[in-house]
Design a protein around this ligand. Structure first.
Ligand SMILES: Nc1ncnc2c1ncn2[C@@H]1O[C@H](COP(=O)(O)OP(=O)(O)O)[C@@H](O)[C@H]1O
Ligand SMILES: [Mg+2]
Length: 256
Protein backbone atom coordinates (compact mmCIF):
# COMPACT_ATOMS: atom_id res chain seq x y z
CA UNK A 1 0.00 0.00 0.00
CA UNK A 2 1.24 3.47 -0.83
CA UNK A 3 2.66 5.50 2.02
CA UNK A 4 0.90 8.81 2.55
CA UNK A 5 3.91 11.03 3.17
CA UNK A 6 1.96 14.32 3.20
CA UNK A 7 -1.57 15.10 4.19
CA UNK A 8 -3.33 18.50 4.36
CA UNK A 9 -6.54 18.48 6.39
CA UNK A 10 -8.76 21.54 5.86
CA UNK A 11 -5.81 23.92 5.78
CA UNK A 12 -6.43 27.65 5.43
CA UNK A 13 -4.23 30.73 5.66
CA UNK A 14 -5.61 34.20 6.17
CA UNK A 15 -3.99 37.59 6.54
CA UNK A 16 -6.21 40.07 8.38
CA UNK A 17 -9.53 39.28 6.72
CA UNK A 18 -8.11 38.04 3.42
CA UNK A 19 -8.05 34.26 2.90
CA UNK A 20 -5.17 33.32 0.58
CA UNK A 21 -5.33 29.54 1.02
CA UNK A 22 -8.87 28.34 1.45
CA UNK A 23 -9.68 24.99 3.06
CA UNK A 24 -7.24 22.72 1.25
CA UNK A 25 -7.32 18.97 1.84
CA UNK A 26 -5.05 16.63 -0.09
CA UNK A 27 -2.90 13.53 0.22
CA UNK A 28 0.45 12.92 -1.46
CA UNK A 29 2.11 9.51 -1.63
CA UNK A 30 5.79 8.79 -1.16
CA UNK A 31 7.57 8.86 -4.51
CA UNK A 32 5.14 11.10 -6.38
CA UNK A 33 6.24 14.06 -8.48
CA UNK A 34 3.52 16.63 -7.83
CA UNK A 35 3.38 19.88 -9.77
CA UNK A 36 1.35 22.82 -8.50
CA UNK A 37 0.05 25.02 -11.31
CA UNK A 38 -1.71 28.32 -10.90
CA UNK A 39 -1.60 31.99 -11.79
CA UNK A 40 0.36 34.49 -9.74
CA UNK A 41 -1.26 35.07 -6.33
CA UNK A 42 -3.26 31.82 -6.32
CA UNK A 43 -1.62 30.64 -3.09
CA UNK A 44 1.04 28.22 -4.39
CA UNK A 45 4.00 29.57 -2.41
CA UNK A 46 1.93 29.92 0.76
CA UNK A 47 0.84 26.28 0.45
CA UNK A 48 4.44 25.09 0.02
CA UNK A 49 5.80 27.22 2.84
CA UNK A 50 3.22 25.86 5.26
CA UNK A 51 4.71 22.43 4.60
CA UNK A 52 8.15 23.35 5.93
CA UNK A 53 6.68 25.74 8.50
CA UNK A 54 8.04 28.95 7.04
CA UNK A 55 4.35 29.93 7.30
CA UNK A 56 1.93 28.65 9.92
CA UNK A 57 -1.64 27.81 8.83
CA UNK A 58 -4.52 29.76 10.34
CA UNK A 59 -6.71 26.65 10.36
CA UNK A 60 -6.34 22.93 9.78
CA UNK A 61 -3.43 20.56 10.12
CA UNK A 62 -0.63 19.15 8.02
CA UNK A 63 0.72 15.65 8.55
CA UNK A 64 4.23 14.64 7.52
CA UNK A 65 4.71 10.89 7.56
CA UNK A 66 1.67 10.64 9.82
CA UNK A 67 2.83 13.27 12.32
CA UNK A 68 1.26 16.69 12.83
CA UNK A 69 4.04 19.09 11.82
CA UNK A 70 2.81 21.74 14.28
CA UNK A 71 4.08 19.43 17.01
CA UNK A 72 7.50 18.84 15.43
CA UNK A 73 10.58 21.01 15.84
CA UNK A 74 10.54 23.36 12.82
CA UNK A 75 14.31 23.26 12.26
CA UNK A 76 14.45 19.46 12.46
CA UNK A 77 11.49 19.28 10.06
CA UNK A 78 13.20 21.56 7.54
CA UNK A 79 16.27 19.36 7.52
CA UNK A 80 14.10 16.50 6.30
CA UNK A 81 12.68 18.61 3.49
CA UNK A 82 14.87 20.00 0.69
CA UNK A 83 13.88 23.44 -0.61
CA UNK A 84 14.84 25.04 -3.92
CA UNK A 85 13.63 28.50 -4.90
CA UNK A 86 14.00 30.72 -7.94
CA UNK A 87 16.37 33.14 -6.22
CA UNK A 88 18.87 30.27 -5.78
CA UNK A 89 20.61 31.84 -2.77
CA UNK A 90 23.99 30.12 -2.97
CA UNK A 91 26.49 31.56 -0.50
CA UNK A 92 28.75 33.74 -2.68
CA UNK A 93 31.80 33.44 -0.42
CA UNK A 94 31.69 29.62 -0.40
CA UNK A 95 32.88 27.27 -3.13
CA UNK A 96 30.42 24.98 -4.88
CA UNK A 97 31.57 22.06 -2.69
CA UNK A 98 31.14 24.07 0.52
CA UNK A 99 27.72 25.27 -0.59
CA UNK A 100 26.59 21.67 -1.07
CA UNK A 101 28.11 20.69 2.27
CA UNK A 102 26.20 23.31 4.30
CA UNK A 103 23.63 21.00 5.90
CA UNK A 104 25.89 17.93 6.26
CA UNK A 105 28.33 20.18 8.18
CA UNK A 106 25.54 21.40 10.44
CA UNK A 107 24.66 17.76 11.03
CA UNK A 108 28.26 17.04 12.03
CA UNK A 109 29.13 14.57 9.27
CA UNK A 110 32.83 13.69 9.05
CA UNK A 111 35.01 15.13 6.27
CA UNK A 112 35.27 11.96 4.19
CA UNK A 113 31.51 11.36 4.21
CA UNK A 114 30.93 14.98 3.15
CA UNK A 115 33.50 14.70 0.36
CA UNK A 116 31.90 11.53 -0.96
CA UNK A 117 28.41 12.96 -0.81
CA UNK A 118 29.47 16.18 -2.57
CA UNK A 119 31.15 14.21 -5.31
CA UNK A 120 28.12 11.97 -5.77
CA UNK A 121 25.76 14.97 -5.98
CA UNK A 122 27.95 16.86 -8.44
CA UNK A 123 27.84 13.90 -10.74
CA UNK A 124 24.08 13.57 -10.25
CA UNK A 125 23.57 17.18 -11.43
CA UNK A 126 26.13 16.69 -14.23
CA UNK A 127 28.78 19.15 -13.06
CA UNK A 128 32.05 17.20 -12.86
CA UNK A 129 33.77 17.53 -9.50
CA UNK A 130 37.23 18.19 -11.00
CA UNK A 131 35.96 21.26 -12.80
CA UNK A 132 33.33 22.63 -10.45
CA UNK A 133 33.96 21.68 -6.80
CA UNK A 134 36.31 24.59 -6.10
CA UNK A 135 34.54 27.24 -8.16
CA UNK A 136 32.64 30.14 -6.66
CA UNK A 137 28.97 30.72 -7.57
CA UNK A 138 29.75 33.95 -9.45
CA UNK A 139 31.69 31.85 -11.99
CA UNK A 140 28.65 29.74 -12.86
CA UNK A 141 25.79 30.33 -15.31
CA UNK A 142 22.24 30.66 -13.98
CA UNK A 143 21.45 27.09 -14.99
CA UNK A 144 24.61 25.76 -13.31
CA UNK A 145 23.82 27.70 -10.14
CA UNK A 146 20.36 26.18 -10.08
CA UNK A 147 21.88 22.68 -10.42
CA UNK A 148 24.02 23.43 -7.37
CA UNK A 149 20.87 24.64 -5.59
CA UNK A 150 19.30 21.24 -6.29
CA UNK A 151 22.44 19.38 -5.15
CA UNK A 152 22.61 21.44 -1.96
CA UNK A 153 18.95 20.74 -1.15
CA UNK A 154 19.55 17.01 -1.68
CA UNK A 155 22.72 16.86 0.43
CA UNK A 156 21.31 15.39 3.62
CA UNK A 157 19.13 12.96 1.65
CA UNK A 158 15.69 14.41 2.48
CA UNK A 159 12.62 12.35 1.70
CA UNK A 160 10.71 15.30 0.33
CA UNK A 161 11.91 18.07 -1.99
CA UNK A 162 10.06 21.34 -2.51
CA UNK A 163 10.71 23.47 -5.60
CA UNK A 164 9.24 26.96 -5.94
CA UNK A 165 9.53 27.99 -9.61
CA UNK A 166 13.21 26.98 -9.63
CA UNK A 167 13.60 27.45 -13.39
CA UNK A 168 11.49 30.60 -13.66
CA UNK A 169 14.39 32.90 -14.43
CA UNK A 170 16.25 30.57 -16.79
CA UNK A 171 16.31 30.74 -20.59
CA UNK A 172 14.04 28.37 -22.49
CA UNK A 173 16.72 26.01 -23.83
CA UNK A 174 18.54 25.54 -20.52
CA UNK A 175 15.18 25.23 -18.82
CA UNK A 176 14.13 22.35 -21.06
CA UNK A 177 17.41 20.55 -20.24
CA UNK A 178 16.92 21.12 -16.51
CA UNK A 179 13.36 19.78 -16.69
CA UNK A 180 14.52 16.55 -18.34
CA UNK A 181 17.35 16.19 -15.83
CA UNK A 182 15.06 16.74 -12.89
CA UNK A 183 12.85 13.91 -14.18
CA UNK A 184 15.93 11.68 -14.44
CA UNK A 185 17.03 12.64 -10.93
CA UNK A 186 13.58 11.90 -9.51
CA UNK A 187 13.63 8.53 -11.26
CA UNK A 188 17.16 7.67 -10.12
CA UNK A 189 16.60 8.68 -6.52
CA UNK A 190 13.70 6.25 -6.43
CA UNK A 191 10.86 6.96 -4.03
CA UNK A 192 11.62 10.58 -3.14
CA UNK A 193 8.63 12.90 -3.17
CA UNK A 194 9.01 16.05 -5.29
CA UNK A 195 6.58 18.97 -5.06
CA UNK A 196 7.21 21.55 -7.75
CA UNK A 197 5.48 24.91 -8.23
CA UNK A 198 5.24 26.47 -11.66
CA UNK A 199 2.97 28.84 -13.52
CA UNK A 200 4.01 27.20 -16.79
CA UNK A 201 1.43 24.78 -18.17
CA UNK A 202 3.92 22.77 -20.21
CA UNK A 203 6.32 22.40 -17.25
CA UNK A 204 3.50 21.28 -14.95
CA UNK A 205 2.20 18.67 -17.39
CA UNK A 206 5.64 17.45 -18.48
CA UNK A 207 6.96 16.90 -14.96
CA UNK A 208 3.99 16.00 -12.78
CA UNK A 209 2.78 12.47 -12.11
CA UNK A 210 -0.20 14.44 -10.79
CA UNK A 211 -0.92 18.12 -11.29
CA UNK A 212 -2.55 20.24 -8.60
CA UNK A 213 -4.28 23.24 -10.13
CA UNK A 214 -4.93 26.19 -7.82
CA UNK A 215 -7.03 29.29 -8.27
CA UNK A 216 -7.79 31.95 -5.66
CA UNK A 217 -6.49 29.81 -2.80
CA UNK A 218 -8.54 26.76 -3.71
CA UNK A 219 -7.74 23.44 -5.34
CA UNK A 220 -9.51 23.41 -8.67
CA UNK A 221 -8.35 19.96 -9.77
CA UNK A 222 -5.77 17.44 -8.60
CA UNK A 223 -5.27 14.56 -10.98
CA UNK A 224 -3.01 12.89 -13.54
CA UNK A 225 -2.15 15.12 -16.53
CA UNK A 226 -4.07 12.97 -18.98
CA UNK A 227 -7.13 12.89 -16.76
CA UNK A 228 -7.13 16.69 -16.51
CA UNK A 229 -6.88 17.14 -20.26
CA UNK A 230 -9.59 14.56 -20.94
CA UNK A 231 -11.82 15.81 -18.18
CA UNK A 232 -11.19 19.41 -17.09
CA UNK A 233 -12.99 20.03 -13.80
CA UNK A 234 -14.05 23.62 -14.45
CA UNK A 235 -14.14 26.43 -17.02
CA UNK A 236 -10.91 27.74 -15.43
CA UNK A 237 -9.05 24.50 -16.19
CA UNK A 238 -10.55 24.42 -19.64
CA UNK A 239 -9.20 27.89 -20.29
CA UNK A 240 -5.70 26.88 -19.13
CA UNK A 241 -5.73 23.98 -21.58
CA UNK A 242 -7.08 26.10 -24.43
CA UNK A 243 -4.42 28.77 -23.84
CA UNK A 244 -1.68 26.13 -23.94
CA UNK A 245 -3.14 24.69 -27.17
CA UNK A 246 -3.23 28.12 -28.75
CA UNK A 247 0.46 28.54 -28.01
CA UNK A 248 1.11 25.31 -29.89
CA UNK A 249 -0.99 26.62 -32.75
CA UNK A 250 1.54 29.41 -33.25
CA UNK A 251 3.90 26.81 -34.71
CA UNK A 252 1.41 25.53 -37.22
CA UNK A 253 0.78 29.11 -38.21
CA UNK A 254 4.51 29.87 -38.62
CA UNK A 255 5.20 26.79 -40.78
CA UNK A 256 2.30 27.36 -43.20
N1 LIG B 1 2.58 38.18 4.38
C1 LIG B 1 1.49 38.42 3.63
N2 LIG B 1 0.56 39.33 4.01
C2 LIG B 1 -0.54 39.56 3.27
N3 LIG B 1 -0.81 38.93 2.12
C3 LIG B 1 0.07 38.03 1.68
C4 LIG B 1 1.26 37.71 2.41
N4 LIG B 1 1.95 36.75 1.72
C5 LIG B 1 1.21 36.49 0.62
N5 LIG B 1 0.10 37.25 0.58
C6 LIG B 1 -0.94 37.22 -0.47
O1 LIG B 1 -1.42 35.90 -0.57
C7 LIG B 1 -1.76 35.60 -1.91
C8 LIG B 1 -1.08 34.30 -2.32
O2 LIG B 1 0.32 34.51 -2.37
P1 LIG B 1 1.33 33.38 -2.84
O3 LIG B 1 1.06 32.14 -2.06
O4 LIG B 1 2.69 33.95 -2.77
O5 LIG B 1 0.86 33.15 -4.36
P2 LIG B 1 1.61 32.45 -5.58
O6 LIG B 1 2.84 31.77 -5.08
O7 LIG B 1 0.60 31.50 -6.15
O8 LIG B 1 1.93 33.53 -6.56
C9 LIG B 1 -1.37 36.80 -2.74
O9 LIG B 1 -2.52 37.56 -2.99
C10 LIG B 1 -0.41 37.54 -1.85
O10 LIG B 1 -0.44 38.91 -2.10
MG1 LIG C 1 4.83 32.05 -5.59
Amino acid sequence: MANHIIKFEHVSKSYQNKTVVDDISLTIDQGEFITILGTSGSGKTTTLKMLNRLIEPTKGSILFDGKDIAKLDAVALRRQIGYVVQQIGLFPHLTVADNIATVPKLLGWDKERIRQRTSELLSLVKLPEETYAKRYPSKLSGGQQQRIGVARALAADPNVMLFDEPFGAIDAITRADLQEELLTIHHRLNDKTFIFITHDFYEAFRLGTRVLIMDEGKIVQFAKPKEIIQNPASPFVNKLIETAKNQEDIWRFVHD
